[in-house]
Design a protein around this ligand. Structure first.
Ligand code: EZ4
Ligand code: CO
Length: 414
C-alpha cells in the first residue's frame, strides 16, 4: 500500500497570494491542491499545517472519499470557508495523485469528456461606456464567446469589478484584492456605493451593449451581493429585454429567500454561490428551483468529491454549473475546475480571468484557451506543476478585498 509521506503548505505571492497544499506519497508521487481564500490566506494555511497535515501522514492516498469524510466529519466544526477550502485542497491533491498513478488526465477518472472544451466567459469592464466597448472588443479579439459586463456608475469613484485606468487595447487586468498600506498596516480600501444610482445606470448600459454587439453574444452581469431583494427584482426585470445569460449574486448569499422574491418578478436567469462552501447552502435554492447556475469553486466547496455531488444534485433540477474562476483561485484550482467542467453533463459556463505572467511562471499549467473554450490538457493528473524555488521568492503580502460604504458612510453589503 502506498502511504502519504508528507503534506506541506506552500504560500507564494507572485503578484497575489496563493496557498497550495503539496502531498507526497511513499511512491514519490506528488499531488497539488489549492487552498487560497482571498484575504484570509494565513487562516487556511494554519488550518492545514496545524490540524490537517499531521492527520494525513500514513493514510492511503487512494481512499479519497474516506479521507474526505474523515476530515469533514472528524472536524466536528463542519462547513465554513476555511474548513472547506482545507478539505478541498486535500481532496484535489489526492485526485491529482490518483490520476497521475493511473497515467490519465483527471477528467478521465471522472467519466471522461462530455464536450470538446469548457465555454469560458471573460470580464469586460470600463469606467465609461466607450471604455467598456473597447474592453468587449478586446475580449472578442482574444476569442471569448461570452462576456461579463461591468461598468462604473456616474457620480461614484472606483467601483468593484471594474478595471480602473484602462487604455485602448490594454489587457484587462483587474485584481480584486488590493495591497493598501496605511501607516504600516495593511487595510482594505474603502469604496463608495449607491444602489439607486447603479439601478438607474445599468439597464442603459446593457441597451447600448446589445445595440453595439447584437442579440447573440451571451452577456453576464455580477451584482456582487449589493442589492436588497426588491432592488434585485427590479434590476432583473429591467434587464429582461437584453436576455442575460445570468444575473449573478444579486443579493447577499446568506439569504436564499431573497432569490425567491427575484424569481417571482423576473425570468432573468440567476446565478449564485461563489461565497458558498457546501451543497447544503444550495439545498433550498435547488429543490425550489430558485437559481439556474451553481457558482461554487472547487477550491472553496470541498474539492472535486463534494462539487461532483453538488452538481449531480443540481443537474436533477435542470440547474447547470458556472464555476467561479477569478484570479484568486490559483492555477491549481482552475485546473481542477476544468477537469470537472469537461466531465459533468450539466456544465453551463466557466469564469476565466487569465492569471498574471508571473503567476504562470510559478504554476506551469497544461490547460489551454482556444476559440472561446478552455481545455484542461491531457497530461496525467491535474496537469499543473509548481516551481517551488521560484515560489519561495515571492513572499506573502497582505491584500484585502474592498469595503463598500454608502454616501452617508454606512457599511454596505456587496
Ligand atoms: O469577488 O474572486 O465573479 N467573480 C467575482 C470575484 C470575487 C473575488 C472574491 O475573492 O465576483 O471578483
Ligand atoms: Co462574482
Amino acid at each position: 500500500m502506498s502511504r502519504i509521506d508528507s503534506a506541506e503548505v506552500i504560500i507564494t505571492s507572485p503578484g497575489r497570494n496563493f496557498v497550495t497544499l503539496k502531498i507526497t506519497t511513499s511512491d514519490g508521487v506528488v499531488g497539488l491542491g489549492d487552498a487560497t481564500v482571498n484575504g484570509r490566506e494565513l487562516a487556511v494555511a494554519s488550518y492545514l499545517t496545524d490540524h490537517v497535515a499531521p492527520l494525513l501522514i500514513g493514510r492511503d492516498p487512494a481512499n479519497i472519499e474516506d479521507t474526505w469524510q474523515y476530515l469533514y466529519r472528524g472536524a466536528y466544526w463542519r462547513r465554513g470557508p476555511i474548513t472547506m477550502a482545507a478539505v478541498a485542497a486535500v481532496d484535489v491533491a489526492l485526485w491529482d495523485i490518483k490520476a497521475k498513478v493511473a497515467g490519465l488526465p483527471l477528467y478521465q477518472l471522472l467519466g471522461g469528456a462530455s464536450r470538446k472544451g469548457a465555454l469560458a466567459y471573460g470580464h469586460a469592464s470600463g469606467t465609461t461606456t466607450e471604455a467598456l466597448f473597447d474592453s468587449v472588443r478586446n475580449h472578442l479579439d482574444l476569442g471569448f464567446r461570452a462576456i461579463r459586463i461591468q461598468t462604473g456608475v456616474p457620480g461614484l469613484g472606483q467601483v468593484y469589478g471594474v478595471a480602473g485606468d484602462q487604455r485602448p487595447g490594454q489587457r484587462y487586468d483587474y485584481e480584486p484584492a488590493r495591497r493598501n498600506v496605511v501607516a504600516g498596516r495593511a487595510l482594505p480600501v474603502e469604496e463608495e456605493w449607491d444602489t439607486a444610482a447603479y439601478l438607474r445606470h445599468i439597464p442603459g448600459v446593457f441597451e447600448a451593449v446589445r445595440h453595439e454587439f447584437g442579440p447573440d453574444l451571451p452577456l453576464l452581469h455580477d451584482g456582487h451581493h449589493r442589492m436588497r431583494p426588491i432592488e434585485a427584482a427590479r434590476l432583473a426585470r429591467d434587464l429582461e429585454p437584453y436576455r442575460l445569460f445570468w444575473l449573478e449574486d444579486a443579493t447577499p448569499g446568506e439569504d436564499p429567500d431573497a432569490l425567491r422574491l427575484i424569481r417571482q418578478h423576473s425570468t432573468t436567469p440567476l446565478a449564485i454561490g461563489e461565497v458558498f462552501n457546501t451543497a447544503f447552502d444550495y439545498q433550498t435554492l435547488v429543490t425550489e428551483r430558485l437559481i439556474d447556475f451553481v457558482r461554487s469553486a472547487v477550491t472553496h466547496t470541498g474539492g472535486i468529491t463534494h462539487m461532483r455531488k453538488l452538481l449531480d444534485f443540481a443537474g436533477l433540477y435542470g440547474i447547470r454549473s458556472g464555476m467561479h474562476g477569478p484570479t484568486d483561485v490559483s492555477p491549481v484550482g482552475m485546473a481542477a475546475a476544468l477537469h470537472l467542467d469537461l466531465a459533468i453533463h450539466n456544465f453551463g459556463i466557466q469564469e476565466y480571468m487569465k492569471h498574471s505572467d508571473t503567476t504562470l511562471e510559478v504554476f506551469r499549467t497544461s490547460y489551454t484557451f482556444t476559440d472561446g473554450l478552455l481545455h484542461p490538457g491531457v497530461n496525467p493528473g491535474l496537469g499543473v506543476d509548481l516551481d517551488e524555488d521560484l515560489a519561495a521568492r515571492f513572499e506573502y503580502t497582505p491584500a484585502y478585498l474592498p469595503i463598500n460604504r454608502t454616501l452617508d458612510g454606512t457599511v454596505h453589503d456587496w
